[in-house]
Design a protein around this ligand. Structure first.
Ligand code: NAD
Length: 316
């Protein structure tokens, strides 16, 4: 018991994309259990994004309804702009508003580089990046009109280095830029935009289709329980809640640990001599350039500029 009042979502309408399985399913179940009306979107299909299946979305809706909750299924693909608009339009038609969008749908096609080609890149960007862009864009005018909204994007610590899943890492990296820039100024409209980087055992975690990945030893029951999708959803629920106090942040959740992922800068080295710095100067000052001591985490681009170029604008 924490003493924190229960986070409720009564009268809130939430769209969760890719909610037929894995993390999205856990997010949808938690929001519904706390009173939200949930639009369970899922296109079905393989983890590589091939095929479609109306089963997963409908099964999660049945689960929510059986537990006394309120939900409808939506089986559009967020991989197309039309699908994203149809999803949001359907939610508004049915329930009159959309308060929460959890952009969670994802696919993963492991392939080495340069074998991974345009098809891999486009298919991955379509679902992760364009799906998030178009779904959020479709919901945005309703949120602005309401003066209220919560948008959650889903990144991945995989972008720290997935040599054989480059398109995935690329799409996830783009979502961080999307989240931070969309959050800029959104709070004044009552809309908060945050990003979750989950860590859980789901379909894509199966290593069979990953080239160059050494298969890990099977997990014991305690580790498997810690890696359950349900251990990620509490962070998503907080970010989706009225009481959420952060905007433009990236939060990591999984294995029963919750943390903040931030973008930090080294103070670096500054050339104070006359004339232009040379490539040899860069080599000579490398240790200072990369020294993480006194690193800073700017709140935004202007804050970064004020710090990085502070010597150009000295204060009196
Ligand atoms: P999952 O495959 O279990 O679930 C993803 C769901 O998205 C599936 O049900 C799938 O049918 C659906 N989907 C795929 N394409 C879709 C489309 N075009 N339109 C609508 N639905 C679609 O995978 P997961 O692990 O639960 O992944 C959920 C999200 O979390 C993804 O964005 C993934 O990249 C991200 N993520 C997961 C982990 C992890 O540890 N599991 C780590 C980092 C990021």
């Amino acid at each position: 018991m924490t003493g924190t009042p229960e986070l409720r979502f009564d009268d809130r309408v939430a769209i969760v994309t890719g909610a037929g399985r894995g993390l999205g399913r856990a997010h949808a179940l938690l929001l519904a259990a706390r009173g939200a009306t949930v639009v369970v979107n899922d296109f079905g299909g393989s983890k590589e994004g091939v095929g479609s299946d109306t089963g997963p979305a409908n099964e999660v809706v049945a689960e929510i309804v059986a537990a006394g909750g309120r939900a409808i299924a939506d089986t559009h693909s967020v991989g197309t702009e039309e699908g994203c608009h149809a999803l949001v339009d359907g939610a508004v038609r049915e329930f009159g508003r959309v308060d929460i969008v959890v952009n969670n749908a994802g696919i993963s096609q492991w392939q080495t580089f340069p074998q991974a080609g345009a098809d891999n890149l486009e298919r991955t960007l379509d679902v992760h990046l364009r799906g998030t862009w178009h779904t959020t864009r479709a919901a945005w005018p309703y949120m602005e009109k309401q003066g209220y909204g919560r948008v959650i994007t889903t990144a991945s610590t995989g972008l720290l280095g997935l040599a054989d899943n480059l398109a995935y890492a690329t799409a996830k990296g783009a979502l961080i830029g999307f989240t931070r820039s969309l959050a800029f100024g959104s709070a004044a409209k009552g809309i908060l935009v945050n990003c979750v980087a989950p860590n859980s055992v789901t379909r894509p975690s199966e290593s069979a289709a990953k080239p160059n990945v050494v298969t890990a030893t099977p997990m014991d029951a305690a580790r498997a329980a810690a890696m359950a999708t349900e251990n990620v959803s509490p962070m998503v629920a907080y970010l989706a809640h009225e009481s959420c106090a952060v905007n433009g942040e990236i939060l990591v959740a999984g294995a029963k640990r919750f943390g903040r992922w931030f973008l930090g800068f080294t103070p670096g080295w500054r050339d104070t001599t006359e004339g232009a710095p040379t490539a040899e100067d860069v080599v000579a000052h490398w240790d200072e350039i990369v020294d993480e001591k006194d690193y800073y985490v700017p709140t935004g681009t202007m804050d970064w500029g004020a710090r990085f170029m502070s010597h150009l604008y000295p204060t009196a």
